[in-house]
Design a protein around this ligand. Structure first.
Ligand code: 4AD
Ligand code: MG
Length: 458
């Protein structure tokens, strides 16, 4: 494998011949010399290539005209200490091969483009600084997530994507069928469909995850999930990746301890391993984001009950768009207020049972459940979790109450029928975590190819 720019810049072997393969970010051409800024995606920095026109052979000189912004090249040259400012080393070109030209209509000419425009060319946007940095940070965080769980004895489980169950009981499922909609003639006979029954894309791997946690102890899933919720906001996707650990013999407080420890671990990992990209976000996307994350790592998360949260919101006397009273689902504006009030992440527990999923454990008061949302400034909810209802009879009752059929969840109920244990888990929206870490403001800009209402391309 060829050495990549990141390695060249990390330990520059000046005086040696090296090969650089990448794309031209910019070209400055004068009578005597031509400067090329080459990027290969391995890091934010470009490497500067200098072509001395007086000494260059005809082949090299011909290449210069063909190497416009966006073109790809293979360059052999000598790594030397830079004469100019802005870089410590540069490459004096000896051989220049043009691999692929980029005509003048290349959309990413060297100027700032709006994120809206770049969304239209999502297939080219990884060639920009911002989207390359997001991709590298996303990659590092994926690795850190697996690393955390593997170091802590969690087993990685792959739960199905096509499912018959509504894991959240919220009815926001995409249907999976092989029957063309225009052939339905008013009625659906699922027995003739592919699975012989109604099938959907999963909204969460949790229920299947619970069956493994109640056999193997601590497990986690990390995979795509789908929500057909019609919310056209900056933090909702129709397809997003979720991390869902599930722990046997674990109550709600241990659950929150793990969530907090896990989040801090990921933040630390990113700050240590994505320094250059994080500095970019700090300078260009969210000023001070590095200090913000350091602050989060070094302070304990605030923990409050929903009931206390409501009191704080009421006492704020703020004119919220959604009026506050006990029993409401917290809206983003309320969540943001609470995080600003406490100046950092807040874990809110014990929500009214009517606004939360059927599987959450009922508290002794009969009104609230052991659900937890972890809220962060600017975004609101980033994690949703709970201690699970482990009482068979109460769970059957809850399933009926939300209009689901207990017989369709008999397999799930078996985990409570046979050797039921207190267990808990949570779900972290991967895209929301990336927004939080990078400061990016629109969830469409932290996933390579976003899927949202009325928007499907690629
Ligand atoms: O709060 P949610 O709906 O919880 C669950 O799905 C549980 N089964 C998790 C569990 O206990 N195992 O979703 C969890 C997280 C949210 O906090 C949010 O970060 C993210 O998933 N999320 C979304 N992210 C992007 N787009 C959407 N439409 C999202 N819906 C939820
Ligand atoms: Mg939630």
């Amino acid at each position: 494998m060829d050495i990549r720019i990141k390695e060249i810049l990390k330990t520059p072997a000046t005086g040696q011949e090296i090969r650089v393969k990448g794309w031209v970010r910019s070209k400055r051409d004068s009578k005597a010399v031509c400067f090329l800024a080459i990027n290969d995606g391995s890091c934010m920095s470009n490497i500067q290539v200098i072509i001395d026109k007086e000494s260059a052979n005809n082949g090299v000189l011909n290449s210069i005209n063909r190497l416009n912004t966006g073109a790809s090249c293979n360059i052999l040259g000598k790594l030397v200490e830079s004469q100019g400012q802005g870089q410590s080393v540069e490459v004096q070109a000896l051989e220049v091969e043009v691999l692929g030209e980029a005509p003048e209509d290349y959309p990413l000419q060297k100027k700032r483009h709006s994120f809206e425009f770049l969304r239209e060319i999502a297939h080219l946007r990884p060639r920009t600084n911002t989207f390359a940095a997001v991709a590298r940070v996303r990659n590092s965080m994926s690795f850190a997530i697996h690393k955390y769980f593997q170091e802590n004895g969690f087993l990685y489980v792959n739960t199905p994507i096509i499912t018959e169950s509504d894991a959240e009981g919220a009815g926001e499922m995409f249907q999976v069928t092989t029957v063309p909609l225009d052939k339905l003639n008013g009625g659906v006979d699922y027995s003739r469909d592919f699975f012989g029954k109604k099938a959907s894309l999963t909204v969460s791997g949790q229920l299947c995850g619970e069956t493994y946690a109640t056999a193997l102890g601590n497990i986690y899933t990390f995979g795509p999930t789908f929500r057909a919720e019609n919310s056209n906001t900056t933090k909702h996707l129709a397809e997003f990746w979720m991390i869902e650990p599930e722990m046997a013999f674990c109550d709600i407080n241990m659950n929150i301890d793990i969530a907090e420890d896990f989040l801090k671990y990921i933040l630390k990992y990113v700050l240590e391993n994505c320094q250059e990209d994080m500095e970019f976000f700090d300078q260009h996307i969210e000023k001070g984001v590095i200090d913000k994350l350091k602050g989060v790592i070094n302070t304990e998360f605030t923990r409050i009950t929903y009931t206390d949260g409501i009191k704080i919101l009421e006492e704020s006397k703020k004119d919220f768009q959604f009026p506050v009273k006990w029993g409401i689902d917290l809206q983003t504006e309320h969540e943001k207020y609470l995080t600003e009030h406490f100046g950092g992440p807040v874990a809110v527990v014990d929500y009214p049972k009517d606004i939360k999923a059927f599987y959450m454990k009922l508290n002794a008061d009969g009104k609230t459940v052991r659900g937890v949302d972890i809220l962060v400034p600017r975004l609101g909810e980033i994690i949703g979790g709970s201690q699970r209802e482990d009482d068979y009879d109460i769970l059957v009752q809850k399933i009926k109450e939300v209009g689901l059929k207990p017989e369709e969840y008999s397999w799930y109920l078996d985990t409570r029928k046979y050797g039921s244990v207190p267990h808990s888990g949570f779900g972290l929206g991967f895209a929301r975590l990336i927004m939080y870490v990078t400061g990016m403001e629109n969830i469409r800009d932290v996933i390579p190819f976003p899927r949202t209402t009325k928007n499907l391309r690629f």
